[in-house]
Ligand binder design. Structure first.
Ligand SMILES: Nc1ncnc2c1ncn2[C@@H]1O[C@H](COP(=O)(O)OP(=O)(O)OP(=O)(O)O)[C@@H](O)[C@H]1O
Ligand SMILES: [Mg+2]
Length: 178
């Protein structure tokens, strides 16, 4: 298979999406594959900082990133997306639209995400400064049948990366090891 792929990491804030996207990207590049990362934070900051966090805005964000991912994948790129993407319907739309779509559920209990609180988002929610924080006062709908589920509270980064990478390579018709 020479076409691209869209590997979509979804999960709560601080679940580990960015960490895993970077590490998987690194591994795939080392295999000589063309890789691009589309990280929710970067995309919002660079392309549409004015977009908010309502359900509509979040769905728009997912659709737009899906569109960019599709353009890149059409040229053979393995696109790794790290985006909370909390709504199942928006992700189902992607699945229907994008060929080579792989959904990765980056699963981590909310208590552990709050403990990690990489960006201080949960602390701001607790202090009443931030509203509409996914997992606190905004919903997260877990995927019903993702291609991969990684449990970042009980699997280390290396184990998660291995499993995601294996799935990507399997979908390309390659074994996990050359
Ligand atoms: N197995 C694991 N996989 C990924 N991250 C892990 C794992 N175990 C521990 N961590 C830690 O959890 C944190 C995850 O932070 P990261 O920024 O990747 O989350 P995120 O899902 O991208 O959050 P956000 O949606 O806010 O961007 C990091 O500090 C990382 O080191
Ligand atoms: Mg992130």
């Amino acid at each position: 298979m020479t076409t691209g792929q869209v590997v979509w990491l979804t999960g709560l804030p601080s679940a580990g999406k960015t960490t895993l996207a970077r590490a998987v990207g690194h591994r795939l590049r080392a295999r000589g594959l063309p890789v691009e990362l589309l990280d929710g934070d970067v995309v919002r900051r660079e392309l549409w900082p004015e977009l908010g966090f309502s359900r509509d805005a979040r769905d728009t964000n997912v659709r737009r990133v899906g569109f960019i991912a599709e353009l890149l994948a059409r040229h053979g790129v393995v696109v790794i997306v790290a985006l909370v993407s909390p709504y199942a319907a928006a992700r189902a739309e992607l699945r229907a639209k994008l060929s080579g779509f792989l959904e990765v559920f980056v699963d981590c209990p909310i208590e552990e995400c709050v403990r990690r609180d990489v960006k201080g988002l949960y602390a701001r929610a607790r202090a009443g400064v931030a509203r509409g924080v996914t997992g606190i006062d905004d919903p997260y709908e877990p995927p019903a049948s993702p291609e991969v589920v990684v449990h970042t509270d009980r699997e280390d980064v290396e184990q998660c990366v291995e499993r995601i990478e294996s799935q990507i390579l399997a979908a390309r018709g390659l074994g996990a090891r050359p």
